[in-house]
Design a protein around this ligand. Structure first.
Ligand SMILES: O=C(O)CCC(=O)C(=O)O
Ligand SMILES: [Fe+2]
Length: 207
């Protein structure tokens, strides 16, 4: 991972998701967050990583293993510090204004066409108030649904972008990636291609 100075990244148009409904407050998409030249090495490192296939999609856990069933992280699930190749990225994400400290937990999700992630709020007692997902590979649509109303919004996550969720977007809205074969992006039906995301979080440890 290059540690070269990162140019200020572009953001998605102020607070608007596709279709025009406002993005949940506290959601911010940084376009071209990862320099394109850093992506191939990251993809190679992930390809050779410790994939787990206990879900419908393949995942890798770093820092702490997350127990999807019990929805918690315990001392027993500590995997150790993030690998060295992830630490420069974790520390630049930790410098974002939304983060109080450097993320120490990362989940890598691999989505083949027709795979998604169902509507959820990232575990509230397990992880801190800011969450950031870096996208690699094919673009997908993420859908947000307000937990107390029928409001929804959706956003295309392009490769190299970083989605940061805090506040209402983190706690009051669910997010999901519909399991589909294609997405309609800018009026065009685009078949899905494999996508990998890395989600950075700060673990809240058991006392
Ligand atoms: O793949 C993504 O961008 C989101 C992943 C996600 O929501 C999660 O791991 O909790
Ligand atoms: Fe999530």
């Amino acid at each position: 991972m290059s540690e070269s100075a990162r140019p200020p990244s572009r953001e998605s148009p102020a607070g608007r998701s596709r279709g025009g409904s406002p993005l949940p407050r506290g959601a911010r998409l940084c376009l071209d967050y990862l320099p394109a030249g850093d992506a191939p090495r990251l993809r190679d490192l992930l390809d050779g990583g410790p994939w787990r296939d206990d879900l419908k999609r393949r995942v890798q856990h770093y820092g702490w293993r997350y127990d999807y069933r019990a929805r918690k992280i315990t001392h027993a699930l500590r995997l150790g510090p993030l690998p060295l190749w992830l630490t420069p990225l974790a520390s630049t994400i930790g410098d974002l204004p939304e983060f109080e400290r450097v993320p120490d937990q990362v989940i890598v999700n691999e989505y083949c066409p027709e795979q998604g992630i169902s509507a959820h709020v990232d575990c509230e007692p397990c992880f801190g108030p800011a969450i950031a997902s870096l996208s690699l590979g094919g673009a997908v649509e993420m859908v947000f649904r307000h937990r107390q109303s029928d409001k929804s919004a959706s956003l295309v996550l392009p490769p190299l972008s970083l989605l940061v969720l805090t506040g209402e977007a983190r706690y009051d809205w669910t997010h999901e990636i519909p399991a589909r074969r294609s997405d309609t992006i800018d009026g065009m039906r685009l078949p899905r291609t494999p996508r990998v995301s890395l989600t950075f979080r700060t673990a809240i440890r058991e006392p």
